[in-house]
Design a protein around this ligand. Structure first.
Ligand SMILES: NC(=O)c1ccc[n+]([C@@H]2O[C@H](COP(=O)([O-])OP(=O)(O)OC[C@H]3O[C@@H](n4cnc5c(N)ncnc54)[C@H](OP(=O)(O)O)[C@@H]3O)[C@@H](O)[C@H]2O)c1
Length: 346
């Protein structure tokens, strides 16, 4: 077995195509799927094509932070029991497109919650398995020497978009496309933030993939009417999921990337993302907002995180953020890394 890969959105489209290829390559895969049924169906299909026994599926609806936390716990146990406590690659691929405003059980806009926030939370919870060990230097144990990669699937739709800080959930005047684009922009900002925080001091590298237009059903699952019809027409011009998965597979499996420090990738080639997506202040602000929305805090930080620690993050988290934000060194020290409150975010 070569590498241990965790991938969300592993039951259809680009994610499923990637899992099939990983299985063929002999990698160990922990796939996350939205439902029990979709996981069983995906696993059965893989079983017909490959005799790789290291393919495991975990059902979790990523729109629920409770289920994200549960999935992270299950992944951690599997990795500890079967794979020496190490994940080589985490692939944040799950995505949804909703034709109208939908709120998750946590009270967040669905596309922002699934396409970005679930991955922010999952990644933070799995960081210790990706090579960031809180044990380094503290217990006398050798630190984990993995070179963890985090690959997040964004989209070319992140161009010409900015974060709507005043209404990050897009509750007012909801536009499904604007909400989708913002969630994909957040994925790029997040990836830059991960590299700024962890790539120098830890063996972690974060990449973002733009798969281009792909012939999948993403625009037909939670839409109707004109939007569904439009996507049905548009997807026919897209490439096949197997083709789109190639960049993910390359970044996950190639030890010597053509440009290791390039962040944004399309068709196995580095590409320049939007200027705004590389903005340090926007990335830091998003990180802070996301910590708050997920009930994550760093030890010894400011008021916001103390409030979250007490299990009382405010319901309306879109306001008052500027008052309590602070500047901080972006490079993090693993020993004052992340703790995640046990209570639910809201
Ligand atoms: N297709 C394109 O043209 C295109 C272009 C740019 C970027 N992308 C991105 O590529 C990624 C993969 O999309 P795709 O085109 O392959 O679409 P897809 O076939 O619909 O795959 C999306 C996957 O995410 C899962 N998912 C959706 N909501 C979920 C939830 N609440 N909890 C857990 N899993 C959930 C889906 O499961 P269910 O089927 O059970 O909902 C599915 O397995 C997405 O991030 C998408 O934004 C796609």
């Amino acid at each position: 077995m070569s590498k241990v890969v965790v991938i969300t959105g592993a039951t259809s489209g680009i994610g499923f195509a990637a899992v099939k290829e990983f299985a063929r390559m002999g990698m160990a895969v922990i796939g996350v799927g939205r439902s029990d049924q979709s996981c069983k169906t995906a696993l059965a299909e893989i079983g017909r094509e490959s005799d790789n026994e290291d393919i495991i599926y975990i059902p979790a609806d990523l729109s629920s932070q409770k289920q994200v936390r549960k999935a992270a716990g299950e992944i951690t146990s599997i990795v500890d029991n079967r794979y020496n406590g190490t994940i080589d690659v985490l692939i944040n691929n799950a995505g949804t497109f909703s034709g109208w405003y939908r709120a998750t059980e946590d009270g967040y806009e669905l596309q922002f919650a699934v396409n970005y926030l679930s991955h922010f939370l999952l990644t933070n919870m799995l960081l210790p398995k990706l090579g960031i060990s809180v044990d380094i230097g503290e217990t006398g144990k050798p630190g984990i020497a993995a070179t963890g990669r985090i690959i997040t699937i964004s989209s070319g739709s992140h161009y010409h978009t900015r974060m709507n800080w005043k209404d990050i959930m897009n509750r007012k005047r909801y536009n499904c496309l604007t909400a989708y684009k913002q969630s994909k922009l957040a994925d790029v900002l997040f990836t830059y933030a991960l590299n700024r925080r962890f790539s120098d001091s830890h063996n972690i590298r974060a990449y973002v993939v733009d798969p281009g237009l792909v012939n999948t059903a993403i625009g037909e699952k939670r839409t109707g009417g004109l939007v569904k019809w439009f996507w049905g027409m548009r997807r026919k011009h897209g490439i096949q999921p197997e083709e789109a998965a190639k960049t993910i597979i390359y970044l996950a499996s190639e030890n010597n990337l053509i440009q290791e420090d390039a962040v944004y990738w399309k068709e196995c080639t580095p590409k320049e993302p939007s200027k705004y997506s590389q903005d340090r202040d926007a990335a830091l602000k998003l990180w802070r907002v996301s910590e708050r929305l997920c009930g994550i805090h760093e030890q010894g930080t400011n008021d916001i995180h103390q409030k979250v620690e007490n299990g009382k993050p405010e319901q309306n988290t879109d306001t008052g953020l500027q008052k309590t934000e602070r500047s901080e060194p972006e490079q993090m020290d693993s020993r004052r890394l992340i703790t995640i409150s046990r209570g639910e975010a809201v």
